[in-house]
Design a protein around this ligand. Sequence first.
Ligand SMILES: NC(=O)C1=CN([C@@H]2O[C@H](COP(=O)(O)OP(=O)(O)OC[C@H]3O[C@@H](n4cnc5c(N)ncnc54)[C@H](O)[C@@H]3O)[C@@H](O)[C@H]2O)[C@@H](O)CC1
Ligand SMILES: Nc1ncnc2c1ncn2[C@@H]1O[C@H](COP(=O)(O)OP(=O)(O)O)[C@@H](O)[C@H]1O
Ligand SMILES: [K+]
Length: 507
Amino acid sequence: MRNGFLHDLPKVHRSAAVRVAEQVAMSRVGLDEDDLMARAGLAAWRLLLDRWPEAQRIGVVCGPGNNGGDGYVLAELARSSGRHVFVLRLGDEVKAGAARRAAEAYLLAGGEAATFVVDDGLPQVDVWVDALFGIGLHRALEGAAADLVAALDHDNAAPILALDIPSGVDADSGHHDGVAVRADVTLAFIAGKPGLYTGRGRVAAGEVVIDTLGLADHVFDDLEPAACIARIAALPRWFPPRARDAHKGRFGHVLCIGGDRGYGGALALCAEAALRTGAGLVSAATRAEHVPALLARRPECMTRAVDDASELQPLLDAASVIAIGPGLGDGEWGAAMLDAALATDLPRVLDADALNAIARRDARTLGDAVITPHPGEAARLLGETVAEVERDRVQAARRLAGRYACTVVLKGAGSVIAAPGEIPAIVDAGNPGMATGGMGDVLTGTIAALLAQGRPQGLSCFEAAVCGALLHAAAGDAAARDGGERGLLPSDLFPQLRRLANPVARA
Ligand SMILES: NC(=O)C1=CN([C@@H]2O[C@H](COP(=O)(O)OP(=O)(O)OC[C@H]3O[C@@H](n4cnc5c(N)ncnc54)[C@H](O)[C@@H]3O)[C@@H](O)[C@H]2O)[C@@H](O)CC1
Ligand SMILES: Nc1ncnc2c1ncn2[C@@H]1O[C@H](COP(=O)(O)OP(=O)(O)O)[C@@H](O)[C@H]1O
Ligand SMILES: [K+]
């Protein structure tokens, strides 16, 4: 796997890799299970003190495995510091080994614990610690565990700190079937897990904090990461200042194709995004009736009426990158435009109706392409249900990348970018204010512009897709901070895209 200039993004690991890393640490450094559990419990207690310094009443829900063991360690630290601590456990016996020793130490020291009974409800506390299940959970919660999680959801106003992973969430995929702890903060041990960053797991985890428990990076040396995480901190590095002698010919020519009758706005958003993220030239090919509106809104965009594919050809000849799909429609006009675009060997970003057309045709050779499906489009492209796509978003993105031999941006909470031979990336930015029509059109134009500017220096489709998806999500966050999520418009992103795509000016 190669990740080009993205190589230094932080990595996350599946639970099996974390278990191998634990074994490597234990055999090489001479640590044992109790040492790691002690470190995990202490790290969690310190984080709790940092976030909720005033908390006097601390509730800890402890499961039967080592996640529960971490909870007992924290409970004892909190108890011996003078807090009022209350452990609620499930009926199951605590597993032998470090977890049982931690539970016994807490009880022997005089710690309070009770078995959860659904009719008794939950005691009033200032903070709950979720130590029910961690990476050992591989099936849906049921019985008392499910009742306890439901009670934490419905009968509790106190904040929740989850240990390692919110209980009920699958650490590798982020999937849960509706019964999972919804944490305010999750402290992940040893390494981040992909399920904390995408789909339902992202929502359940809240803020994610990672504590390596003192294990050095080399314990992961021989392990393939599940994904890397793209965060806003990376943006300044990816957008260095422009050379002082630059000219527009260096920054590519994006041709945006789409906007069948009734859908002109989608193409306008795509083209303006390409301009605001730095393309040297931007053209738009659309239906004749949209031309005046597009020109009035953005005279910088070279907007042409195109009725048939022969009129598109000179525009294709002049372009360096194609963005096709926004408002393309599902009629003959759109199909002819798509045929003409796919007949070139230009790098391309395919979205929306272009993807639906590809799904219908079962086309497999998309060339040097980025596709940007939302889960519904991804399901059509894979011939699967949306639920199957959402069950494991990283794997679904990988399946798409394999099937169409191109770069994929699977959109949604925690967008996933995958490409053949690359470690997938998950975007750790974005917000539900972005769930509004036209937001994807802005993403299409953004990625096309980055692809255009990277060449000929060599920004790959994968790199442009990761940078573009992060830039777009971060611009959405900045726009939401400035006025809220509800009512956020795709065009609100334009000033933010421009600001974030420019490095901080040096004094
Ligand atoms: N192994 C180690 O050295 C370390 C482990 N740590 C903690 O240990 C956790 C993993 O511990 P475990 O492997 O014991 O696994 P868990 O504590 O996550 O859960 C495993 C236990 O729960 C039961 N179980 C799983 N799914 C269930 C379900 N749906 N309903 C009811 N019971 C279910 C299993 O049979 C088993 O008894 C990590 O997430 C982390 O919190 C940390 O202490 C750091 C060090
Ligand atoms: N809950 C969310 N959290 C983060 N990003 C989101 C969320 N909902 C939507 N988005 C982002 O907003 C964009 C929506 O794109 P899309 O569904 O194609 O909309 P449209 O087709 O209307 O333009 C995507 O980039 C997606 O990742
Ligand atoms: K947990």
